[in-house]
Design a protein around this ligand. Sequence first.
Ligand code: BES
Ligand code: MN
Ligand code: ZN
Length: 504
Amino acid sequence: MPQTVEIAFQGLKARAQSTAVILVEPNKKLAGWAKKLDKATGGQINRALSSADFKGKARTSLDIPGIDDEQIGRVVAVGVGDVDELEEKDWVMLGGMIAGQLSSRRVRSASVIAECASVDTGKKMAPNAAALAFGAQLRCYAFEAYKADAKNDESRPAVLEQISFHVGDEKQTTADYGALDAVGQGVALARDLVNEPANRLGPIEFADRCAALAEVGCEVEIWDAEKCEEERFHSLLAVAQGSARPARVAIMRWNGAKSKRTKPVCFIGKGVVFDTGGISIKPAGGMEDMKGDMGGAACVTGLMHTLAARRAPVNAVGLVGLVENMPSDRAMRPGDVIDSRAGKTIEVLNTDAEGRLVLADLLAYAEETYNPKFMVNLATLTGAIMVALGREYAGMFSNDDGLSGDLSDAGFATGERVWRLPLDKGYDKLIDSKVADMKNIGGRLGGSITAAQFLQRFVTDTPWAHLDIAGVAFDSPKSEINPSWGSGWGVRLLDRMVQDKYES
Ligand code: BES
Ligand code: MN
Ligand code: ZN
């Protein structure tokens, strides 16, 4: 289990812990709780702030130890900038920053006086305190499953165990936090799956983690390789055939809408538990990162957990294709022609372009079986997307302006941003094959686009978006809310899109 912080909400009058965080706005006098403490200590807080020239600028902080109060021993002042300007995602970041400040100061337990995040200024303010707590939860994630000595390691930053947020409306904030807590759990699950090394998380183990979603109320179906064969998943199986570890497909359903018959929204993830490249083997340098080549499947699994855990009023289905891409005497070869569920044949010219082979069968199956409102697939699909966009935006390809607009909006709201790139018939000829219906690579230019064109050939008329998350799923820049190699990217984005646009 990941290391997480225990979060509680209390009223502003409740007794605070000995370490208290106060939020300071620029050019504003201390108010409320902080003002009272300042008075009780003969002006100690204000004196410390002014002698350190602390102005409450965003992303600054000041440690004030030795407080003369029987309850409070230490105050950490955190600058919040102008509160009226803060959007929800800024509150989330601020919560992460506070948790980071506390843990780097080796604090185990603290009270955060979130008064300015819970005062009603006419806007909807109650959720801000919940967003603050959510950010702290995201920041406190740690993957320490295999650090046997972690508990005894003195050099390791102390782990923050507990935070109480003191807020104006304790009941409302607790209620607001409920849904965000579910999102945090989904993100932690996705991060865990990406961080797990491939020797410990093969297709079978990943499928077991999907099956565990039954505990939150999902219906889960796990296919073994035989069932994949029966369902004519030839293209997915061609990737798996080089590995001693057999393929799995996991299908997770959450039926939260009033009627079971309401069309579902559908998410599909690439779950290559390790991508060696196969016979077209990758260079050794950095190959270890390919344990994260199931980032798409991790996101879908985390998202399904979230939707179920917060009892989202929507019908949703998540499908993940779980395989390992290995070179062996049984592996597919460059030049092989393989079949697919859709009945289209594929000339495999590079066995390292395997993700699209996994997704092709899943897309065809999902469209035909669920007739979904839309399909979004996520995949660490191409190195080329990092050349184009770096690690700030994921690449988005879509056949539908409405769906891609919804994804862009949710991206800006959450900070998990997507940038649309073109699909166009003109690129399509780059993947035509002389011997089969198509080939699995399109040449040197536009590598992310030709990969997307390939996927599009397995979608007929359902609104669909493909997110190429190779740059953002792992090893992306650490932030106030992400201390982890596996970022859990996409759970917050897609949960938000569903919540804003598809819930009844
Ligand atoms: N999983 C890789 C893409 C990748 C690379 C993700 C680096 C994250 C970090 C994918 O399966 C792959 O190998 N793609 C090839 C495609 C090429 C052979 C057409 C690539 O990008 O080089
Ligand atoms: Mn590959
Ligand atoms: Zn891959």
